[in-house]
Design a protein around this ligand. Structure first.
Ligand code: NAD
Ligand code: ZN
Length: 346
C-alpha cells in the first residue's frame, strides 16, 4: 500500500493499493475513532461494494447507515443533495460522525458537498471506485452539484479526512468509464513529463497502481500550492476548455476522457503554432493522444467550439486562462481574450 499525504490546512492521507476495501473500517477508524458512518453510494457501486465496506466498518465497531441513489450524473443534483442532508438529520448524525463517499466522482462530489454543509461541515472519507475518481476527483476537496444552468455550479472546497483508493475495484469498471480516467492520466503525462509520461507512452496495462500513485502525487503538489484554485491549480484544466465545449455541444453523450483527449489535441496544435511547443514534442504529444483515443472526436467546427467554450465566461472580464503546452512537463496558462480563442484553435 502506498500512502501519500496531502498537506492542506488539515492534512490527510491518500492510501493506494489492492485489498483496501476489506480493511476500510479499520483504516477509517484510525483517522476517525469515534462516531458513526453514513455510506453514500450509487445503486451500482452499492450492489458491488456496499456490503464489504459496511461489514468492515461494523467489524471496526462503527454503526453504519447507507444512502443509496441512482447511478449517473443526474443524481448530482439538488434533489439528492437535500435528501442526503435529511437522511443524516433523520439518523441523528452530529459533528462527531462521518460521511463515506463510496463510488465515482458523482458520489464524491455529492457526498462531499453534503458533508461540507451538514451542520456547517462534518468529516468525510473518499473511497473512489472509478479510475477518474482515483486519479482526480477524490483528491483536492472540490465538492458540488449541478444546476439547471450548468455543471458544478454550486459547491465548496472541503477536504476529505482520508482517501482510500482500492485498485481492485477497477476490475469491474466498464471500458468507457475506464477511458474517462485515462483521459486524465494522459493529461498528467503531458503536465508532468518524467515517469508519468514514460508509463503512459509504454502502456498502462497492469501498472494502474503506479499510475494512480503518480497522478495523485501530481495533484497533491498542485493542490498544496493552491488549495482554492487561485493560480497554478488551473493547470489541471489542460484540455478542459475545449473538452467542456464538446461535452456541452454533444449534450454530454461524449465521454469526459475522450473530450479531454480531443481538447488536448487542439491545445497541442495551438501550442506549436503560438506558444513555443517544438515540432518534436508536438509529435510526441500527438502520438500519446493517438495511442489512447484511436480517432479524435471532432464533428464540431472551431467557431462552434469557441462559442460553446466561452458562452458562460463573459463575466470573467472578457478573458479565459487557457492552459498551453510549452513542452512535455512544461505547461502554463495564457490569458486569452474570448474573441481570440477561435483563432488559437483554428
Ligand atoms: N471534484 C473534483 O475535483 C472533480 C474532478 C473531476 C471530475 N469531477 C466530477 O466527477 C464526475 C464524474 O466521475 P465518474 O466518471 O467517476 O462518474 P460516476 O461517479 O458517475 O461513475 C461512473 C459510472 O461507473 C459506475 N461505477 C463506479 N465505480 C464502479 C466500479 N468499480 N465498477 C463498476 N461500475 C462502477 C457508477 O455506478 C457510474 O455509473 C463528474 O460529475 C465530474 O464533474 C469532480
Ligand atoms: Zn477532467
Amino acid at each position: 500500500m502506498k500512502k501519500i499525504t496531502v498537506n492542506t490546512e488539515t492534512p490527510y492521507s491518500v492510501l493506494i493499493g489492492t485489498g483496501l476495501l476489506v480493511r476500510s473500517g479499520e483504516l477509517i477508524s484510525e483517522v476517525l475513532p469515534s462516531g458513526k458512518a453514513a455510506i453514500f453510494a450509487d445503486d451500482t457501486v452499492y450492489r458491488l461494494y456496499g456490503s464489504v465496506v459496511e461489514n468492515s466498518l461494523r467489524a471496526a465497531g462503527k454503526e453504519t447507515h447507507a444512502f443509496v441513489f441512482p447511478h449517473g450524473e443526474s443524481s448530482k443534483r439538488a434533489k439528492y443533495y437535500l435528501e442526503g442532508l435529511d437522511f443524516l438529520a433523520a439518523n441523528g448524525f452530529d459533528r462527531t460522525d462521518a460521511v463515506v463517499a463510496l463510488g465515482g466522482g458523482v458520489t464524491g462530489d455529492l457526498a462531499g458537498f453534503i458533508a461540507s454543509t451538514y451542520l456547517r461541515g462534518i468529516a468525510y472519507v473518499q473511497v473512489p471506485t472509478t479510475l477518474l475518481a482515483q486519479v482526480d476527483s477524490s483528491v483536492g476537496g472540490k465538492t458540488g452539484i449541478d444546476l439547471d444552468a450548468g455543471k458544478n455550479l454550486a459547491g465548496t472546497f472541503w477536504q476529505p479526512r482520508l482517501v482510500i483508493a482500492d485498485i481492485g475495484t477497477l476490475s469491474t469498471l466498464p471500458a468507457e468509464e475506464r477511458d474517462n480516467g485515462i483521459g486524465e492520466l494522459v493529461k498528467y503525462a503531458v503536465l508532468d513529463g518524467g515517469e508519468m509520461y514514460s508509463l503512459m507512452s509504454e502502456g498502462l496495462d497492469g501498472r494502474e497502481e503506479r499510475a494512480v500513485a503518480l497522478a495523485v502525487d501530481s495533484k497533491r503538489r498542485i493542490v498544496e500550492a493552491d488549495e482554492k484554485e487561485g493560480g497554478i491549480r488551473r493547470l489541471l484544466n489542460l484540455g478542459h476548455t475545449v473538452a467542456h465545449a464538446i461535452e456541452k455541444l454533444s449534450d454530454y453523450t461524449v465521454g469526459h476522457g475522450k473530450a479531454v483527449a480531443t481538447g488536448m489535441a487542439y491545445v497541442a496544435r495551438a501550442s506549436r503554432k503560438y506558444f513555443g511547443l517544438s515540432d518534436d514534442e508536438y509529435e510526441a504529444v500527438a502520438a500519446l493522444l493517438k495511442k489512447y483515443s484511436a480517432e479524435e472526436y471532432a464533428p464540431y467546427g472551431v467557431k462552434e467550439l469557441s462559442m460553446a467554450a466561452t458562452v458562460d465566461k463573459k463575466t470573467a472580464g472578457g478573458f479565459i486562462n487557457l492552459v498551453v503546452i510549452g513542452g512535455i512537463g512544461n505547461c502554463r496558462t495564457e490569458k486569452i481574450a474570448l474573441n481570440e480563442l477561435e483563432e488559437y484553435l483554428s
